[in-house]
Structure formats: C-alpha cells, structure tokens
Design a protein around this ligand. Structure first.
Ligand code: CP
Length: 322
C-alpha cells in the first residue's frame, strides 16, 4: 500500500479487520518494522484524536515522529500555482513538499475542505499534491472529502460490538451551528458500502452526499423510518455537499433541532449503539443522556483510532521494503 485515502486502498476488508484485531492483541509486535524510519505528520487544521492516535501508532511501530503545524511556526504556504507571491505567503507548497519529504519516510496530511471551490475540494487538490510531489507514501489524516482513518476505526468498532451477522447501520445528519466538511460522512459511507452491513443514510432534503460515496446505499428522508430497527446510529453534521446545486456547496441550509439524536430517537431503534467521531457539540448533535449511556461507543471509537492507524502505517512501512 503506497497511499491511504479511501476504503479501496485497504483491499479485502475482512483481511484488514483480522489484521486490526491481531494488532489490538499486541500493538508492539511490529516495532522493529519502523526502526530508523520517520513519520511526518502535517496539520493544516486542528486535531486532538488524530494528532495523538497517529503518533502513538507510529511509535507502536518503532518509528520516530515529527509533527508540523503549518499555521504555527512554519512559513505561510501558497498552494496555487501561477500566483504572484507578493502577499503574506512566503513559501510555495511546490518547494515545501519535496523539502519536507527529505526528512521522513512517510507523510500524513490533515487538510480540510476550504469551501472556496467544490472542484478543488472534491479533486483533493492539497492531498494529491503531496502524493504527486513528495515521492513518499502519503496517508490522509482527514482531507477535503474523506477521513479514512476514522472510518476504519468505526468499522473496527462496529465489528467488535455487533449482535447480528449483518447489523443495520444508520448514518444520520444532525444540526450544527457552523459549516462542517463532508469528509467524515463520505468516508463512513465509503466503508459501510463495502462492509457486510445493512446501510441507510438519512438527512434533510438538500444534504445529499456525493454519489461517489453514496453508491448503492438506501437514502431515507424520514429520520424515524430510518432509525426503526437500527443496531448502530452514527450521527454527524455536514454542510451542503452541493450535489444538486453547486452554488449551495458548503452552506448551512438549516439547523433543524428535531434531527438532534435524543432518547426518543434512540427508542425507535433496536436498542442501537450510538456513534460519533468526536469532537461533538452536545445537545446540538446528541443529547447528554444519549452520549453518556452505556450504549454510547464514542470512547471505544476514539481508542480504535490507534488501531486503524497502526494497521495503515504498518502497511505503508511494508511498502518501503518491497
Ligand atoms: N475524529 C477526529 O478526527 O478527531 P480530531 O479532529 O480531534 O483529530
């Protein structure tokens, strides 16, 4: 595996899950693999879980880690080619990427959607420049349209907690005060569509996710109908993906609090587990009682971020010696 940006990079999901559970039994069993190797983690945006779990994963594998917060202490980076650089940006990404790659063996990139151009975001303009110009294995730590380390951790968590062979998993939109990217719901759909689950997506009209990620999933606009019989509820806000109207891309179309996941919503389900990638806005996305209930999996999900990252970084390390 040379890059990690989506579910297909993992290949067979059953094999990937088996590897994850083996690593969970002894997360240091491959610590020789990363000896004298360096993992560079580049953050264009804030992070708690990804920052900590990916460093932990790299160290599980015996790697050294360098963390760079681009907006704190590095030169401000220009990302557009052809720009006359007479403003506040001192360095171009086209030099910065090959320079950074001199000091490491693989690169993780966090670069959220900028909402300036749907095309730029959906072609993953920043992440793909790292893939193209670094000459090193590159993995997404949440890019403009995907968060595959999170979705792999979510799949591991579902596999660990499922009570039937093919559980019903519902991805539900929930309200939020600010415009958020579609990366988490996109990747969650990407993974659920390839997993052995009955997958349903529910959201208000206008919030349709990109068909590239929805694929054959059932979309149900009635949230109550979607929740009926669910084994897992995965809540997330996302801004308008601009599928039917590109002019609405990145907009908050509504903040309908009737979509907030509360105890009544959960009573419609098959005693479902509650999931969210975190950070979460309590009593916007989910009520206190639901996130604090024994059926809430938000902490095990976060714990599995270390496991998903260890599998991915291990596979990238293995690609270095092939
Ligand atoms: N879920 C997740 O990626 O959290 P952070 O943004 O804190 O890394």
């Amino acid at each position: 595996m040379k890059t990690y940006t989506n579910v297909f990079d993992l290949g067979n999901l059953d094999v990937a899950l088996k590897e994850a559970f083996e690593i969970k039994k002894n997360r240091y069993q491959f610590e020789q693999l990363g000896h004298h190797k360096t993992c560079l983690l580049i953050f264009f945006n804030n992070s708690l879980r990804t920052r900590l779990s990916t460093q932990k994963a790299a160290r599980n594998l015996g790697m050294d880690v360098i963390v760079l917060d681009v907006n704190q202490g590095a030169w401000k980076l220009e990302t557009e080619r052809g720009v006359v650089m007479d403003g506040d940006k001192s360095e171009h990404l086209l030099e910065a990427i090959p320079v950074m790659s001199q000091y490491c063996d693989m690169i993780g990139v966090r670069s959220f959607a900028r909402f300036e151009s749907r095309e730029d975001d959906y072609t993953e303009k920043i992440l793909n420049q790292f893939i193209r110009y670094s000459g090193k294995p590159v993995f997404s730590m949440e890019a403009a349209t995907g968060h595959p380390l999170q979705a792999f951790a979510d799949l591991i968590t579902i596999e660990e907690n499922k009570r039937t062979d093919r559980p019903k998993v519902v991805l539900t939109w929930a309200p939020h005060p600010k415009a958020l990217p579609q990366a988490v719901p996109n990747s969650f759909a990407d993974f659920m569509n390839e997993a052995n689950v009955d997958f349903v997506i529910t959201h208000p009209k206008g919030y349709e996710l990109d068909p590239k990620f929805v694929r054959g999933a059932r979309v149900e606009y009635d949230q109550r109908k979607a929740f009926e019989g669910a084994d897992f509820i995965y809540a997330k806000n996302w801004s308008c993906p601009g599928v039917s109207n590109p002019a609405d891309y990145g907009k908050v179309l509504l903040k309908d609090m009737s979509w907030t996941v509360d105890a009544e919503h959960m009573s419609w389900t098959n005693n479902a587990f509650f999931m969210h990638c975190l950070p979460v806005r309590r009593n916007m996305i989910v009520t206190d009682d639901v996130i604090e209930a024994p059926t809430s999996l938000v902490i095990p999900e976060a714990a599995n971020r270390e496991i998903s990252a260890t599998v991915v970084l291990k596979r990238l390390l293995e690609s270095l010696v092939q």
